[in-house]
Each structure stands twice: as structure tokens, then as C-alpha cells.
Design a protein around this ligand. Structure first.
Ligand code: OXT
Ligand code: ADP
Ligand code: MG
Length: 580
């Protein structure tokens, strides 16, 4: 850096008038040229000045308390906007803290770029013990979609262009960009620098499906007696909302939204089969997957969830050809982007597409109504301490009255019950733990949702889940974000009732009893409320959503109300030796 400054000085001293630029400014110019105007990160050596210069140049730089939360923010910014979310970290430990989020983005198919400062190559490669030395590029590579390093200022434009294209084209994912400290201060002629920048044209080109694939899919769908459409988060990401809705409605088939696909069509839509999940998975004969993988969340497309073996034919719409036949045979693969694929199907369906048999749609509706009716009275209770249904009944109304608010959700029981109970009405309004079921996305997602959309955010958090990113309530207060966090405080992971029979240490799943998470928000100037009944909860959430003030509500939940691992307790291995 000193070398660069000296060079600049000597050029100035020698009477050379040529304007100069440096790595700091070239990175900023390259990001701005490509419409990337928000950075989520944590400052420190060697990127502190970069954050300052970026902020001064009009980029919004959101500083977090921990890189994982900044990374999660960037990942969900990518999902919400279809542009890569940018996360900026310092070397080794900061980089590693951001890496979980980068891998999470890749797993969930969210476009994101983790830009990390790094130590000097010469020292790292000889392993001479530089400050925060680590071969970051090598470590990132297997955990993301692509990884690049830029060594020369003149290559910054190309490096950033490659990162953007890799993140958003085809199946979106996480990209790592390694920027050694020396690069930031490298100086070059400003005009040459300007010319070296690259504006990425058509970063995620449309991928049109083949006409044969479209015809094959329509033939399979036409032959269906009990069709089902599953809408995954890829369909939400694609922002082809009108086409997806038109396709579902023209097909007349029941649709099942995956968690983050909720709201593409409202959960209250007459074709929605969210409340008849088991029935439609088991009894359908043709299943159309739209941006949803047959992974663990769909029991891999087989087993008893799916009824009789070989009783289904699958049509799968996905941008990633390798996804086809990943778990079971796909009778009609339709490879392309969802907007193009769904539009092509719609066109092929013509004006008069036959509706599915009424005995199928009628049976699904009857099951849905039965389940909804069964649930309804439980949502009205005003018990204190609250149970999940009483508390979530309140939050369901909050979202019904504010359908454009963003709902962030994590936990086990807090997640699984909220997913079923809180109806969504608009696309990309529900963001949650995703493909990994990972805890810790909460506050990072809440911050990015508020920043990227300008909407109100309601974060519904298990007390354990909240703990993974809870310190970011300070970030929420610092940036005065309209985020209302509701911590479902049941004194622990799944339940607060476990006892350690062997000694004085608490059981492994329980926390301090009667903790007051609301005080955390008060510590930073936000509003804290302790709510012990659904009525109190309703008043507090409505006030927060109306005022937009940072608020944390400690919702006191009966410690005995939850079940082990929520709805996925079946995934726990059981010890044959555990003593009673
Ligand atoms: O059709 P049937 O009869 O089957 O009924 C279904 C629907 O039809 C019906 N339904 C409805 N009925 C009426 N009305 C309406 N509106 C309605 N809607 C639906 O309800 C049932 C259920 O429907 P659902 O939910 O759609 O179906 P199902 O069968 O559950 O679907 C299956 C799945 C797999 C798709 C679904 O369950 C799912 O998406 N699950 C995701 C689960 C998940 O990801 N969980 C998070 C991970 S759990 C665990 O790992 C945790 N950890 C460990 C840990 C993690 N994760 N990460 C890290 C970094 N470290 C550690 C930890 C620490 S959770 C956790 C913390 C937990 O404690 P907290 O305090 O945070 O939370 P609490 O539990 O609250 O204490
Ligand atoms: P869910 O968890 O909701 O079921 P998944 O994350 O499993 O969803 O699946 C999302 C799928 O969507 C991925 O296979 C991904 O390749 C695909 N996808 C993402 N964006 C697009 C797009 N624009 N067009 C087509 N497919 C997409
Ligand atoms: Mg809990």
C-alpha cells in the first residue's frame, strides 16, 4: 500500500497530470457499474478503508456484529432481488465466519458473492505466518459454485464480472472472490482503469426448453387423473409470478407450496393443498415439480409418503439438467428457466385445457377443509403461558392484515407450526431455514429483508434459533430497521422441560428459565415487550408493525408445549442403549 502511495506521489511530483485510480475505487466502480449498491459485512484489516470509501461513494454498507449474519443477509438479498448479494469479510477468521453462509447460499441456489480480503500470496504460499494467513481460495472452492482471485488492479473488472455471471447464471449459487491486501492499494491510470471495467450483459440468459420436452410434459400431464403441482423456492426466485399462477390455474390441479414457495399463489387459493399435504403426496398420479428438488424435504420422491411404489410419474421443471433423475425417474424433464418453461407449457395448453377429474379435486378440498376446521379452534385460545397455536393464531392475523410484510422464521416447533398456521398471500414474503434447516439465519435475513424491500419484517424465532444471531438486534437498532422480532421462549431447544438425571449441570436442551430476551432490544434503544398471553402478544406486534420501530417481544410459551425436533423427530437416530 505504501508502495502505491509513493508511486502516486512521485507521479504527482514529476508533474505528470494523468489521473490515477486504485484497487479500492476500481472494485467500487465495478460493483456500481453492475448495479450492486449494497454491501453486507464486518470491517477490519485489510478492508476497513474499502468500507469507508464505498460508503462515501454512495454504496450502502451495512456493518454487522458477525460475518455469518452478514453472509446470510447477502444470501437472502440474492434470493429476493435476483442480483448477487455481496458480503465483505476480513481474512482467515472473518472469511471462515462468512463461509457457512456462502455454502448455505450455494445449497439453497441463492446468488451471492463473498468478497474477502486475504494475506499476501508470497507469504501464504511459503507458509511464513502472515497476519491472518490462510489459503482461502483453496478452502472456499469445494463449498461454492465458483471461486476466483484477482492479483492485478487491471483485472478487477473482469474478476467482478466473472463472479456476477457465475452467481446468477444457470442454477444460482455462491461465489468466492479473493482479494489480497496488496490489490486494494495498487494504482493505475484512471482512464485505463475505466476501460478495464466490464458491465455484464444479460447475466442470467433465458434458457428456453426444447419443444419436444414441452410436448412430452403436456402429454404426461394430460393423461393425469390426479395431478399435483409442487411449487418450490426456485419458482419464487424466478420472479415469473404471473406465468406460474396462470399455469396452475389453467391446469386446475391442486398445488402444494414448499416452505419458501408459499405465497406464489395465496395459501387461501381454492387449489392450495398445503393443508392436505399427506393426501396429495400419497394419492397423486402425476406430479409437476416447479423449482423444487426431490430431496429430504420431499422424502426423496419415494417411500410411504408417496404411496404405492411406482404409482407416480414426475414432470420436473428446473434450470439444472443434472437435477433430473436425482432420486427417482423423471418421466418428463423440462430444462430451462421457470419463466420460459412455464410460458411454453401455458402456450402448449391452448385455450381449452381439460380440468382434472372432480372426484380428485373434490377429495383434496374436503381433506383441506377438514384439517383447517380441526386447527381453527386451537388458534383462538388465549392461554397463559401461551401454547404455539394460541401465539401463532395471533401472528396469522397480523400477516393477513399486512400481506406485504416479510416473515422470517426459524426454530423447530416455532418453524414447523408457523409454516402451517401462518397463511402467506404474496410471493417471496416467507424466508426461512431452507434446504439445510439451519439455525442462525434469523437476524441476517431480517436485516436484508428490511434493507432490500423497505417493507415491515416480522421475525418469528425459537429461543434457541434466535441465539445464533441475536447480537444483531444492535444492528437492527443502529440502522433503525422496521423489524419486529418475536422470540418464542419455551426455555429451550424443542422444550424447556428436560432434566439431567446425572448431576447438577442442566440438561443439554434447556436454557435459563424465565429469560427476558426483550431486555436485549431495550439495551440498544429499541422497544422490548414481555408478552404472556395471545392478547398481549397481539397488542405488542400490532404496535411494532404500525410504528416500524425495532421491537423484540419475549413471547412466553409453555415449556412443555413443543415436541422433539418439531415435525422431523423421525430423523433422530435412536440409541438402543439409552437407559430409561
Ligand atoms: O396432511 P397432514 O395430515 O400430514 O398434515 C400436514 C398438513 O396437511 C397440515 N397443514 C394444515 N392443517 C390445517 N391448516 C393449515 N393451514 C395447514 N397447513 C398444513 O399440517 C401437517 C403438517 O404440514 P407440513 O408442515 O407442511 O408437513 P410436514 O409433514 O411437516 O412436511 C415435511 C417437511 C419435511 C417438508 C417439513 O416438516 C419441513 O419443511 N420441515 C423443515 C424442518 C426443519 O428444517 N427444521 C429445522 C431443523 S430442526 C434441528 O435440526 C434444530 N437444531 C439443530 C441445529 C440446526 N438446525 N442448525 C444449526 C446450525 N445447529 C443446530 C436446533 C438447535 S432445531 C434447533 C433449535 C430448536 O429450538 P428453538 O427454541 O429454536 O425452537 P422450538 O422447537 O420452538 O423450541
Ligand atoms: P424447495 O426447497 O423449495 O423445494 P429447492 O431449493 O429444493 O426448493 O429447489 C430449487 C430448485 O430451483 C433448484 O433445483 C434450482 O436449480 C431451481 N431453480 C432456481 N432458479 C431457477 C430458475 N430461474 N429457473 C429454473 N429453475 C430454477
Ligand atoms: Mg425453544
Amino acid at each position: 500500500m505504501a508502495e502505491a502511495a509513493a508511486k502516486e506521489k512521485s507521479l504527482a511530483g514529476s508533474g505528470t497530470e494523468a489521473e490515477q485510480t486504485d484497487g479500492f475505487n476500481l472494485i467500487i466502480d465495478a460493483l456500481k457499474l453492475n448495479g450492486l449498491t449494497t454491501i453486507y459485512g464486518v470491517p477490519g484489516i485489510p478492508i476497513t478503508d474499502f468500507g469507508r470509501i464505498a460508503q462515501a461513494s454512495g454504496i450502502r454498507v451495512i456493518s454487522f456484529r458477525h460475518e455469518q449474519n452478514a453472509g446470510n443477509a447477502a444470501s437472502i438479498a440474492g434470493f429476493l432481488t435476483k442480483k448477487p448479494g455481496i458480503c465483505l469479510t476480513v481474512s482467515a477468521p472473518g472469511f471462515l465466519n462468512g463461509l457457512t453462509a456462502l455454502a448455505h447460499a450455494t445449497t439453497n441456489c441463492f446468488p451471492m458473492i463473498l468478497i474477502s480480503g486475504s494475506s499476501e500470496r508470497e507469504i501464504v504460499d511459503l507458509q511464513q505466518g502472515d497476519y491472518e494467513e490462510m489459503d482461502q481460495l483453496a478452502i472456499a472452492k469445494p463449498l461454492c459454485k465458483a471461486a476466483f482471485r484477482v492479483l492485478h488492479a487491471a483485472d478487477i473488472g473482469i474478476g467482478i464480472a466473472r463472479a456476477i455471471r457465475a452467481a446468477v447464471s444457470g442454477r444460482p449459487g455462491g461465489v468466492y472472490l479473493d482479494l489480497p491486501a496488496k490489490l486494494f492499494g495498487q494504482v493505475m491510470d484512471a482512464e485505463e482503469g475505466r476501460k478495464s471495467l466490464v458491465k455484464v450483459i444479460d447475466a442470467a440468459p433465458a434458457q428456453i426448453p426444447g419443444p419436444d420436452a414441452v410436448k412430452r410434459a403436456l402429454d404426461v400431464l394430460k393423461g393425469a387423473k390426479r395431478p399435483l403441482i409442487i411449487l418450490g423456492k426456485g419458482a419464487a426466485y424466478a420472479q415469473a409470478d404471473d406465468a406460474v399462477r396462470a399455469f396452475v390455474e389453467k391446469s386446475g390441479a391442486p398445488f402444494l407450496p414448499m416452505s419458501m414457495g408459499k405465497g406464489l399463489l395465496p395459501d387461501t387459493h381454492p387449489q392450495c393443498a398445503g393443508a392436505a399435504r399427506s393426501t396429495v403426496l400419497k394419492d397423486s398420479d402425476v406430479v409437476v415439480l416447479v423449482g423444487a428438488r426431490l430431496n429430504w424435504l420431499l422424502s426423496h420422491g419415494k417411500g410411504k409418503t408417496w404411496g404405492e411404489p411406482h404409482s407416480k410419474r414426475f414432470i420436473q421443471i428446473d434450470i439444472e439438467p443434472k437435477e433430473m433423475d436425482s432420486n427417482v425417474e423423471i418421466a418428463a424433464p423440462v430444462v430451462g428457466d421457470i419463466g420460459s418453461c412455464v410460458s411454453a407449457l401455458l402456450q402448449g395448453m391452448g385455450a381449452a385445457w381439460p380440468k382434472p377429474p372432480a372426484d380428485w379435486t373434490g377429495a383434496v378440498s374436503a381433506k383441506r377443509e377438514e384439517n383447517v376446521a380441526k386447527m381453527a379452534p386451537r388458534l383462538m385460545n388465549n392461554n397463559s403461558p401461551m401454547d404455539y397455536h394460541g401465539a401463532l393464531g395471533v401472528l396469522r392475523t397480523v400477516i393477513k392484515e399486512r400481506p406485504d410484510a416479510i416473515l422470517v422464521n426459524e426454530g423447530a416447533n416455532t418453524l414447523d407450526l408457523a409454516r402451517g398456521i401462518i397463511d402467506m398471500y404474496q410471493p417471496r414474503k416467507r424466508i426461512d431455514v431452507g434446504t439445510w434447516g439451519v439455525m442462525g439465519i434469523g437476524m441476517g435475513y431480517a436485516v436484508a429483508a428490511a434493507i432490500e424491500t423497505g417493507k415491515r419484517v416480522l421475525a418469528v424465532e425459537g429461543d434457541s434459533a434466535f441465539g445464533f444471531s441475536g447480537m444483531e438486534v444492535e444492528t437492527i437498532c443502529r440502522y433503525k430497521l422496521p423489524v419486529c422480532v418475536v422470540v418464542f421462549n419455551n426455555d429451550g431447544i424443542y422444550r424447556g422441560t428436560d432434566v439431567n438425571p446425572a448431576g447438577p449441570d442442566p440438561a443439554t436442551t434447556v436454557f435459563v428459565k424465565g429469560a427476558r430476551y426483550d431486555k436485549m432490544m431495550e439495551a440498544f434503544g429499541g422497544v422490548g415487550v414481555n408478552a404472556t398471553s395471545p392478547d398481549e402478544l397481539k397488542r405488542a406486534v400490532n404496535a411494532a408493525m404500525d410504528s416500524g420501530k425495532p421491537t423484540l417481544i419475549n413471547a412466553v410459551i409453555d415449556p412443555a408445549a413443543g415436541s422433539e425436533s418439531g415435525r422431523i423427530g423421525n430423523l433422530n437416530p435412536q440409541s438402543k442403549l439409552r437407559k430409561k
